[in-house]
Design a binder for this molecule. Structure first.
Ligand SMILES: Cc1cc2nc3c(=O)[nH]c(=O)nc-3n(C[C@H](O)[C@H](O)[C@H](O)COP(=O)(O)OP(=O)(O)OC[C@H]3O[C@@H](n4cnc5c(N)ncnc54)[C@H](O)[C@@H]3O)c2cc1C
Length: 414
């Protein structure tokens, strides 16, 4: 056991200065607690800064109850947190501090300035205003329970806290500082951690033929997931060609269900289910007579460069009309347009995935307070928990909401 010499004493210590930790620190300090944030990087919120491509998709529009289906099977666990600090509460929090939010037509909510740094600046200013001590470049190496609190061991100093909040995030994008350290802290305190894996990950495709079309995107198209020749599920969403495969919200959101070797069949005609898309495409090509095949395909909202590529793959010359399209070529084209098969080589790894699936087991954490069921005064918030939301602002919403809920429990303001 570590000997306690000169230690820094706080009522609340938050390990990790990401959005969950900063929200928790602000609400604890605003209620009068003496709070420290221990952050291992030279500055806080590095993952927040790159969120939403630096624009910070902080939450989603609509009624907060509609969020619950966006956390896989864990909607019940996240409910108390989201209900007490909702999307509207986040929007109001930043608006009160001079940063308005806009909701895109698809529902994603961003700061009007489209700058993550503006969000982080407000969180740090609030910490400052309420007297939170932020210690950067202070990696927590271990934690222990001590009578009446917790002992926190760091590289430079040691700390004692009455309440300890572990907010170290997941294990993806480790360059931001979130490299999974919190899992061993949780384990050392007796908390089980489920298997972790990259979630919201792009798909790497075997023999991918569209590397040179990277950046091309498709809105509202259908993606069918098949395994060993059997259809597993069908999804609708936006898709992006990358240099190595498929990404975009429609793929990221289903990545938690995808295994290596699976087939993703992509129907490129927007809004139409694959079956009706097939009928439409087939009929138009059959009845097109003297119309160019390429004109028919472009009329189905397919991008010109993709049309050119698909014609090449089907062996159709660019000036061919529908009247001269052999049946076999028509069939190949219809299959490619309405169910282009991509075989999954692998999912993007921890260095590329947006969130971590798995984490601190929810069974030992009280969803009404975020407090450990094993140790009074110990809390887990944000992505370190076995929670991963869909893309669209659901992960930052849970990070903020769980941070506020823990703070309310610590300060007795439930
Ligand atoms: C590229 C990318 C884009 C994203 N975009 C979005 C988006 O637009 N919308 C959305 O909702 N979600 C998005 N996410 C997910 C979202 O950013 C995270 O879910 C969220 O940041 C989690 O917050 P957190 O506070 O739990 O953890 P983090 O933000 O990961 O913060 C954890 C902090 O703990 C610190 N830490 C770790 N170990 C230690 C230690 N031993 N000692 C001290 N400190 C430690 C880390 O340095 C870090 O600062 C994105 C993620 C990525 C990678």
């Amino acid at each position: 056991m570590h000997m306690e010499g000169e230690v820094n004493r706080y009522e609340v210590i938050v390990v990790g200065g990401g959005p969950s930790g900063l929200f928790c620190a602000i609400f604890c300090a605003a209620a009068g607690k003496k709070v420290a944030v221990l952050e291992k990087m030279p500055s806080c919120g590095r993952k927040l800064l790159i969120s939403g491509s630096g624009q910070c998709n902080i939450t989603h529009g609509g009624d907060i109850s509609s969020f619950l289906s966006h956390y896989g099977e864990h909607g019940k666990f996240v409910k108390p947190a989201l209900m007490q600090f909702s999307n509207q509460d986040i929007i109001a929090f930043f608006l009160d501090r001079g940063l308005g939010m806009i909701t895109e037509p698809g529902g994603k909510v961003f700061p009007v300035t489209r700058r993550s740094s503006d969000v982080l600046e407000i969180l740090l200013a609030e910490c400052d205003r309420h007297g939170v001590d932020i210690h950067c470049s202070e990696p927590v190496l271990g934690v222990e329970t001590r009578t009446g609190g917790f002992f926190v061991m760091c590289g430079k100093e040691d700390y004692h806290a009455d309440s300890l909040v572990i907010a170290t995030g997941g294990a993806t994008y480790p360059v931001t500082g979130s490299s999974g350290d919190g899992y061993s802290m949780a384990g050392s305190l007796g908390h089980p951690v489920t298997g972790i894996a990259p979630a919201l990950a792009a798909v790497l495709v075997k023999d991918y033929p569209f590397a040179d079309l990277a950046g091309m995107s498709f809105e509202n198209i259908f993606i069918t997931l098949s395994r060993q020749g059997k259809k597993v599920s069908q999804h609708r969403g936006d898709l992006l060609f990358t240099h190595t495969g498929l990404s975009g919200p429609g793929v990221l959101d289903i990545s938690r269900y995808i295994l290596q070797g699976d087939i993703l069949k992509v129907s490129f005609i927007p809004f139409q289910e694959p079956e009706s898309a097939r009928k439409t495409a087939n009929e138009l090509l059959l009845q097109g007579k003297g119309v160019l095949v390429s004109t028919v395909l472009k009329g189905l909202s397919l991008p010109e460069r993709l049309v050119k590529r698909l014609l090449g793959q089907a062996g159709v010359v660019s000036g061919a009309t529908c009247a001269h399209l052999p049946k076999s070529a028509r069939n190949s084209l219809v299959v490619m347009i309405c169910g282009y098969p991509f075989q999954v080589r692998a999912l993007g790894g921890f260095d590329q995935a947006m969130v971590t699936g798995g984490g601190v087991d929810l069974g030992e954490v009280n969803p009404r307070t975020m407090e450990s069921r094993l140790h009074r005064g110990l809390y887990f918030i944000g992505e370190i928990l076995d929670i991963d939301g869909d893309s669209g602002g659901y992960n930052l919403q849970f990070a903020c909401s769980s941070g506020v809920l823990a703070a309310k429990s610590i300060t007795g303001e439930e």
